[in-house]
Design a protein around this ligand. Structure first.
Ligand SMILES: NC(=O)c1ccc[n+]([C@@H]2O[C@H](COP(=O)([O-])OP(=O)(O)OC[C@H]3O[C@@H](n4cnc5c(N)ncnc54)[C@H](OP(=O)(O)O)[C@@H]3O)[C@@H](O)[C@H]2O)c1
Length: 273
């Protein structure tokens, strides 16, 4: 499986190109709605660009890496020459049945957070595959192993849970780190002051159950500190993040069996401040 067509020129497609190029793949074509983007990407890696509506080159594998909600439309538009090509998409939350007009189809999902500006090597990343036959799964696993040793075969339901867990582990934590950084910035405190604790948090989470190492005022039921924090959150950024602070504090308390109330008078966070 050495000839590959990538459909898309966004973050996923860019990182696919980077990883293929790193491993010496030469016969790679890129097709994209905006031809110019395909051209720029292809030129960067010495690959070839092609219009999305053209008859596509004969390849062994087609990777459709476009926005999830246009996946079916894009797949239906493709004019493939090789009828035995394996066609995969890269969307964890979408069934492979979206590609059922192709005899051999599947999924090739790299569990990572990608950007077009900074390339990420897939070597350390899990790669999830699914196929509509054992033969397809076998081919996709073999391909995935060329990039990474962490290869998993997961069905749609498992992938959906994995994706949800990734939103918590990555998207939400990243959002929370952004809030922390802006709080420091607004108080004229160097953001580096938080780096050791951030590092410690993530390093510890990899080797322990995060619930066992939870700390903070909500866990301790520290009413006075919670009250002060809530007041500060209401006064910061027009109170935009105050509700989030309350929700997370409540969730920590509930998870650890600490009694905490937001609304009843006399509850820890209940006083109208
Ligand atoms: N980014 C990640 O971290 C990540 C991680 C794992 C998996 N994925 C998966 O990778 C896939 C692509 O995501 P991405 O992050 O690379 O997205 P992206 O950077 O936003 O790129 C979107 C791609 O979809 C194309 N597109 C958008 N609307 C279209 C339409 N109406 N018709 C045809 N093409 C259209 C865009 O073409 P134009 O250039 O013409 O706009 C572009 O090539 C998704 O399935 C996503 O779930 C992403």
């Amino acid at each position: 499986m050495r000839r590959i067509l990538i459909v898309g020129a966004g973050k996923m497609a860019t990182n696919l190109c980077y990883n293929l190029h790193r491993r010496g793949w030469e016969e790679v074509w890129i097709a994209n709605r905006t031809y110019k983007r395909a051209e720029v990407l292809a030129q960067h890696f010495g690959y070839k660009a092609i219009g999305l509506d053209q008859v596509l080159p004969e390849v062994d594998l087609v990777v459709i890496a476009v926005r999830d909600d246009v996946l079916r439309d894009v797949a239906d538009r493709l004019r493939l020459q090789a009828h035995n090509a394996i066609v995969v998409h890269t969307a964890a939350m979408r069934p492979i049945a979206m590609l059922d007009r192709f005899a051999r189809c599947g999924l090739f999902y790299v569990l990572g957070s990608f950007s077009s500006e900074r390339y990420t090597d897939f070597a350390e990343l899990p790669i999830v595959v699914e196929g509509n036959s054992e033969a397809v799964v076998g081919r996709l696993k073999a391909l995935a192993l060329e990039f990474s040793e962490r290869v998993y075969e997961l069905d749609l339901q498992q992938r959906k849970w994995m994706h949800l867990a990734a939103v918590w582990a990555n998207n939400f934590t990243n959002h929370l780190l952004g809030i922390s950084q802006r709080l420091l910035c607004d108080a004229s405190i160097p953001e580096q002051i938080m780096h050791p604790i951030i590092r410690q948090t993530f390093e510890r989470a990899l080797v322990t159950d995060p619930r066992d190492v939870q700390t903070g005022p909500a866990l301790r039921g520290d009413v006075e500190t919670l009250r002060m924090h809530r007041r500060m959150m209401r006064s910061w950024q027009g109170g935009s993040y105050a509700a989030l602070y309350d929700l997370l504090s409540l969730s920590i308390a509930r998870t650890h069996g600490v009694s905490l109330q937001l609304t009843s008078t006399g509850g820890a966070l209940s006083e109208e401040e």
